[in-house]
Structures are given as C-alpha cells and as structure tokens.
Ligand binder design. Sequence first.
Ligand code: NDP
Length: 271
Amino acid sequence: MYERMNKVAVVTGAANGIGWATAQRWAQEGYQVALLDMSNEAVLARANELGQPHIGLACDVTSESGVTAAITAVMSNFGRIDTLVNNAGIGDQTGATVVQNVEAFDRVLAVHLRGTFLMSQAVARVMLAATPDATGARGSMVNLGSIASSIGLPARNAYSAAKAGIVGMTRAMASEWARAGIRVNAVAPGYVRTALINELERQGALDTKGIAHRTPLGRMADPAEIAEAIVFLGSGRASYITGAVLPVDGGWTAFGAPEGTLQPVAEPACA
Ligand code: NDP
C-alpha cells in the first residue's frame, strides 16, 4: 500500500455512483472508510459489501445535527479522519426557468453547498485538533464540482450555482487551511454513467448520444474514473496540490470548436 493502513476516509453520498466507486477505491488504498448516505439500509449494505473495518452511517448532509452525530460516530469508531470527500448531490429540476420551483432550487443549493459547508466544518474541527505528520500534513478534502461549475447548461440554474459555489468554497477553504496542513481540492467531472444521469435520461432531460458526440473522448465516464482522480487528490501523492479544480470530463470543457470537427463516435461508445 502507498500510505499507512490506519488512515480514515469519510465519503458522503457513498451508497451510489461516484461516492460508492470512491469508497471502494479508498478501501483499496488501505484506508478505513466511513460511508455516509441518506438511506441507512443502503449505506449499511454497501459497508457490509466492503467488509470490516469499514462502517456505514445514515447522514443527511444538510442537517447540522445529523452531520455532527455522524462525525462523532466516525471518531468514536476510528479516532481520526484523514480525508473527506464531499460527494453527496442531487440533480436539478428539469424544465424552463420560468416554470421552475423555488423549493426545488433551495434543496439543490442545500444539498451541495450547505452540505459541503457543514461536513467540511465538522471534519476541519477534527483535523485542526490532530497532530500533524512529519511533513506538517493534517488531512485533505475533495469536493465534487462539475462542468456546470464553469460553463453554461441551459435551465440548470440551481445546479450550476451550487457547483460554481463549490469551486469558490474549495478555494476559500484551501487558502484558509493550507498553513494548518489541510489541503482542499475539487474534481469537476463531465457526464458520468450513474443513477443521477440515468434519472435525467429517463425524464427525457438528457440526450446521452448527443453527449457522447460532444465529448472529445466520445463517451461518458465510468464512476471509477472519477474515483481515481478523487483519491489521487485526497492522497499524499498530491501533497503540493491545494485549491485546484481538476477537470475529469473527457475533454468537454477544453473543447470549443464546432462539434463537426470531432471524428464520429463509434455507436457502442455512446452508451
Ligand atoms: P448518485 O445519485 O448516483 O449518488 C448520489 C448519492 O448522494 C446518493 O446515494 C444520494 O442518496 C446521496 N445523497 C443525496 N442527497 C444527500 C444528502 N442530503 N445527504 C447525504 N447523501 C445524499 O449521484 P452521482 O454519483 O452521479 O453524483 C455524485 C456527485 O458527483 C454529486 O455531487 C454530483 O453533482 C456530482 N457530479 C455527477 C456527475 C454525473 O454525471 N453523474 C457529473 C458531475 C458531477 P439518495 O439516492 O437516497 O438520494
């Protein structure tokens, strides 16, 4: 293993998609993983799948008392937290801006922004009180941005605001905690084949074939490909990286020419 065996990773939204792939990847790195998610049943099933010593905890990241209780439980189980992945997220409402609903807008902001703030705050309290290692490091955090952090997706108002806000928070927290040995970075995935995307597709809100054609690499990402980038940024291998936003988008945001300049995509890669 690259790092010590007793390190602890906390992953929110860990029962599905990118969070589940990330929990598995941290476990492969030798970390003890605390999987947090809304559904107690789902998160316990995932923790069981990973086996000992990993734990599953029900936690709604928008609830301050829920976050406090979850972090207290992680500490009483493991006694330390080395890395946090703020992954929990929900998709935006679909439909034109003029018919969008403000409660749904608020909920998207709450899960992504309030959730990332509350979890980071609770975990930072633990990390700041910890003894730094020989290099001065106390821990790391990785937040989930999106291509929506930096480019315009029509009608995705709350989601775009939330994901741009997460990038802002990443930079603010990275700057605040760098001298204390806590690194904070973000990954900005493109389209990833998860339940969130499947649901948008089911609602007719996403043209998956069109996405494959617009993506220079010609396909959506697998959740494991995002997990790989998250674990790199969270691990000691990224010891001099903080405040960064790493696009993991198959070239989506790098590409600015007319779509026709890309070679056609082979049909099976559109899935
Ligand atoms: P999934 O829907 O597959 O998984 C998200 C998980 O987060 C679910 O288990 C969900 O639980 C959980 N969750 C939702 N709300 C909360 C909450 N309040 N507290 C705790 N857990 C919660 O999503 P993805 O894996 O696709 O997305 C993960 C992250 O990656 C999100 O932040 C998303 O915005 C971001 N992302 C995803 C992209 C994609 O293409 N999939 C692209 C770019 C960014 P439940 O199912 O019960 O709601």
